[in-house]
Design a binder for this molecule. Structure first.
Ligand SMILES: [Zn+2]
Length: 65
């Protein structure tokens, strides 16, 4: 599995840059991924929760896109 690199875009709803990538489990857990989850750069979701496979999650307003 390839981890995302760089910065996610700003939230189109609230303009916050407190935005995480969304990964859908099951994923292969490793130290780097665990660190990114801990620092809220990545949020993990069960695969069945989002059939649309949205990519980004805004920590500020909760918008997912
Ligand atoms: Zn937002």
């Amino acid at each position: 599995m390839k981890l995302p690199e760089g910065q996610p875009p700003r939230c189109p709803v609230c303009g916050s840059n407190n935005v995480a990538w969304v990964l859908y489990s099951p994923v292969e857990m490793n130290d780097e991924l665990a660190m990114m989850i801990q620092t809220k750069k990545i949020v993990l979701r069960p695969a069945e929760q989002s059939p649309a496979n949205k990519t980004y999650y805004c920590h500020h307003c909760g918008y997912t896109w």
